[in-house]
Design a protein around this ligand. Sequence first.
Ligand code: FAD
Length: 390
Amino acid sequence: MVIMANTMDYELPEEMVMLRDMARKFAAERIGPNAREWDRTGEIPLEVVKELGELGFLGVRVPPELGGAGIGYLGMSVIIEELARQCGGTALMVSAHNGLCCAHLMVGANDAQKKKYLPPLARGEMLGSWCLTEPGSGSDAAALKTRAVLDGDTWVINGSKVFVTNGSRAGVYIVHARTDPEASKAKGISSFIVERDTAGLEIGPKEDKMGVRASDTVPVTLEDVRVPRENLCGELHKGFYDVMRVLERGRITIGSLSVGLARGAFEESVRYATEREQFGKPLAKMQAIQFKLADMATQIDAARLLVRKSAILQDSGKSSNLESAMGKLYASEMATRVCLDAIQIHGGYGYLKDMPVERLMRDAQLCEIGEGSSEIQRLVIARQLLDLPK
Ligand SMILES: Cc1cc2nc3c(=O)[nH]c(=O)nc-3n(C[C@H](O)[C@H](O)[C@H](O)COP(=O)(O)OP(=O)(O)OC[C@H]3O[C@@H](n4cnc5c(N)ncnc54)[C@H](O)[C@@H]3O)c2cc1C
């Protein structure tokens, strides 16, 4: 059977092939067999989080001297694709931890903050969350209302955040809040490190989601949350620029997650079409099914190339704002299409929870929404193509 991941092997350096094989083996043995159950219960066991930490998958870009694996975005892309091939929820947990929380610390934190928070995050001793979205500000993220006011040597934070990935058990939350209400939207925002046990930080119940259910999503309320002055992460009033830098890179992980889900749906479809017989022959012998499989494979490979292009740009120190948005847009919409085709190939059985394709399809839809919806990616792309103001 064709394994889609191998079509790009000629592009992968030797160490990436080893990383891919390690991630693939772990995902197939430890995640795949449990994915349906975690989708039902909405929880990934803590021992699996620990194992992910031991493999270096929770500190992918964190430098080795701070306990991480020190691998770049190409490696991140390879790992996330392998995890998502088995379970979108696990891939999202790892993706948000690395691509949002750790990434923000890498971009904005000072040396002391990095030394304090990155090693336990990278080792998997605690998970990280990143709190941007609010009830009134999603796509229009710079309209956030959470407020942070300096009182002597402490910041006092008040506000409500929603859709916080890993929020139910994170040890640290990167919270974005308005520090200058007079400044125009994006200009008066700063980011703060809030530890879990801080008084006034309330974690709401888990959302009952359509997909990526193994990954927890919660609302977080901050009521007179006091953090020391030194918990400001990055420059005062300039947090939103760090947010944009984080999202530019985070979109590489969501693109990779999309490719992994689509690959899972494709591989399941090849398997099923080869085994299932109708009209006296396997489905795979019917040209209509062959054409579907051919289109699925082509789109997956195209998406992977686009996503890895942005990863390679980041790893060579270049901006990938345009390419990350293109990769995320194309890969996420491709994943939805491919997963729907996979269900069609499985017929009525694809509609049952017994088959992984219905879960993969539910997981895929998230990729068109999280970290900037498809519509927002089109705006980001068009603005750059036409050189329009942001
Ligand atoms: C499972 C999950 C996990 C998440 N994890 C996190 C997290 O860890 N941290 C975090 O901060 N957030 C997280 N989010 C939030 C996510 O980033 C937002 O849901 C997303 O940015 C969209 O915001 P919204 O839901 O408020 O939709 P809205 O902004 O209300 O958008 C609704 C619709 O309108 C469209 N739209 C909005 N503005 C425009 C425009 N200008 N032009 C055209 N169309 C437009 C959107 O594309 C969308 O289709 C998560 C969301 C989910 C579902």
